[in-house]
Design a protein around this ligand. Structure first.
Ligand SMILES: *[C@@H]1O[C@H](CO)[C@@H](O)[C@H](O)[C@H]1NC(C)=O
Ligand SMILES: *[C@@H]1O[C@H](CO)[C@@H](O)[C@H](O)[C@H]1NC(C)=O
Ligand SMILES: *[C@@H]1O[C@H](CO)[C@@H](O)[C@H](O)[C@H]1NC(C)=O
Ligand SMILES: *[C@@H]1O[C@H](CO)[C@@H](O)[C@H](O)[C@H]1NC(C)=O
Ligand SMILES: *[C@@H]1O[C@H](CO)[C@@H](O)[C@H](O)[C@H]1NC(C)=O
Ligand SMILES: [Zn+2]
Length: 499
């Protein structure tokens, strides 16, 4: 399992003054430079041959110093993240999910009013710099963190996000590729082709995967994210699953949640300065495979294996624009970035699953009638967060092994729906007292131990209980003329809460 390295504040290298000086100098130098560099790579999406291992020719090496002007180096990004963690310590936590090939930590900023604590709230992640030569996202994520810190309790959207979402920002998934100014990581592997794939048996050998890929996969085994997005460059479009097709042809290949993904992508593109006015992509969104199929990508893996609805966001035609453009790109993307995160609490269906027996939260599952996809509830709190496109009627079904499933019909107009489920154990009414022992989802060994405990040293107590219960039952039947079985059903009937 993953044990995040929590930053030791006292050992921090960060010197705030030098950071500020650096920041001031980079801003002035990038403003002085002004003009846009040429796009280095014609298209993000041309997959003819192995062209995706991008150019590493001499001329690019020459350019790289110019390119980096005004962008944070890896060390500077690390300092900025640590400094943020200090400056905004009451709404953030800094941790690392692993290391790159060259040993650079993959730092994450978590932003929440209760960072690191488990709450009945959805979690969202943004990942930047998947491709080393697409650095805009890594800078925008630092802008986003700072904006949230400065505007918490001042701006309603900032406050909504801080108080109702756990937002995790990984500014750079590929720090080695960044310092080498190339697409792949230090082993020259394209990280967005390094995940297990549903259509192609590539990357199935876990040990041969890159450390950056493994770090993401372990992170998602450890944390339950409701949705996420990864930043890329080379186009201007919000791209959604599937990324691949079974027959490898370029064609629209929607996943079971196609409506949800088109809804989420549209939130991004329509909140953006001009993404939705694209001439190339209707509405500024595209199905991945309809654009160009790829295999081993991160987005499909998130949806299939991590219960996480992930978008791939192409945020500038120019992969590596001049740093002077960064504040403008932040302005263009700011509302998109905020609205996509906020959509997790402004729409969809949310709630908790409980056992009717003892009221304990259940780690059950949520499905929606007509959509072949399962969203899991949290292990400890039993909370679930199911994004759905609004303005439709849905039947939401809650299941849990050992319990009877329940369903409720909801209408999602504007705003979210809160829907809790109270599930009844799958037992006959007769013998329900003993049966309750078997309701617990403890393993069979502890069940056995419990039964042994009952029949062992505490046999007397158990018999006294039986006698009392029997007496109460007789009394109850005589006076209320209500059968025990009926009363159990009544308990089960106060099952759902809809707000
Ligand atoms: C991809 O690149 C090849 C060779 O460089 C070129 O012939 C082709 O037109 C390009 N395709 C796209 C979609 O840009
Ligand atoms: C964080 O600190 C600021 C400034 O001290 C304070 O106004 C705010 O209430 C704090 N927020 C939380 C969530 O504790
Ligand atoms: C969006 O605006 C930028 C900056 O003005 C421009 O370069 C780009 O071509 C525009 N894209 C679309 C799709 O309108
Ligand atoms: C539902 O999806 C699973 C894969 O997640 C697939 O194996 C199954 O065949 C699908 N069922 C239907 C009815 O499409
Ligand atoms: C919903 O519950 C009803 C009554 O329990 C059942 O008849 C129906 O099949 C369920 N529908 C779904 C979609 O599970
Ligand atoms: Zn990319």
């Amino acid at each position: 399992m993953l044990e995040p390295d929590i930053v030791n504040v006292s050992s921090m290298k960060m010197n705030l003054l030098s950071f500020l000086l650096f920041f001031a100098s980079t801003i002035s130098s990038s403003l002085a430079k002004g003009s846009l560099l040429q796009t280095l790579v014609p298209s993000e999406f041309n997959d003819s041959g192995n062209a995706r291992h991008l150019l590493e020719d001499e001329s690019q090496a020459q350019k790289s110093d110019d390119m980096a002007q005004g962008y944070m180096s890896n060390d500077e990004l690390e300092w900025a993240i640590q400094e943020f963690g200090q400056r905004c310590s009451n709404i953030s936590r800094i941790y690392s999910i692993g290391k790159s090939v060259n040993g650079f930590p993959l730092w994450v900023i978590e932003i929440s009013d209760k960072p690191g604590e488990e709450e009945t709230e959805p979690a969202f992640k943004y990942i930047g710099n998947v491709h080393g030569d697409e650095p805009v996202g890594r800078e925008l994520l630092v802008f986003l963190a700072n904006w949230l810190c400065e505007n918490h309790l001042k701006d309603p959207l900032a406050t909504l996000i801080v108080e109702n979402v756990h937002l995790h920002l990984l500014p750079s998934m590929n720090p080695d590729g960044f310092s080498l100014r190339k697409r792949g990581n230090a082993n020259n592997i394209d990280l967005n082709r390094d995940f297990p794939d549903q259509f192609v048996t590539i990357n199935d050998d876990e040990d041969s995967r890159q450390p950056e890929t493994r770090a993401i996969m372990n992170w998602l085994r450890d944390m339950r994210f409701t949705a996420s997005a990864a930043f890329h460059g080379g186009a201007l479009v919000a791209n959604y699953p599937w990324d691949g097709t079974e027959d490898k042809r370029t064609k629209y290949q929607g996943c079971p949640d196609d409506d949800v993904f088109r809804f989420m992508s549209s939130i991004y593109s329509h909140s953006h300065y001009n993404m939705s006015s694209s001439k190339e992509f209707l509405g500024g969104i595209t199905n991945g495979a309809a654009w160009y199929p790829l295999y081993g990508g991160m987005q499909d893996w998130n949806y299939i294996h991590a219960g996480c609805f992930e978008l791939t966001l192409e945020i500038s035609d120019n992969k590596w624009p001049s740093a002077a453009e960064l504040p403008i790109l932040w302005r263009y993307n700011k509302m998109s970035m905020l609205n996509l995160v906020a959509s997790l609490v402004k729409t969809g269906v949310h709630g908790r699953i409980y056992s009717s027996g003892d009221g304990r939260p259940l780690p059950g599952s949520i499905t929606v009638s007509g959509i072949n996809y399962t969203v899991k509830a949290g292990k400890t709190l039993g909370d679930y967060h199911r994004i759905l496109a609004p303005r439709e009627k849905y039947i939401v079904v809650a299941t849990m092994p050992g319990y009877k499933s329940k369903n409720t019909t909801i209408w999602l107009d504007e705003g979210p729906v809160t829907l809790d489920f109270v599930l009844d154990p799958e037992v006959s009414v007769k013998g329900s007292v003993l049966q309750n022992v078997y309701d617990c989802d403890c393993n069979s060994k502890s069940k056995q131990e419990f039964v042994e405990f009952l029949w062992g040293a505490h046999l007397e107590v158990f018999f006294v209980l039986i006698v009392i219960l029997g007496f109460l039952l007789v009394l109850f039947q005589r006076r209320a003329k209500v059968k025990f079985s009926t009363s159990r059903q009544l308990v089960g009937a106060k099952r759902t809460v809809q707000v």
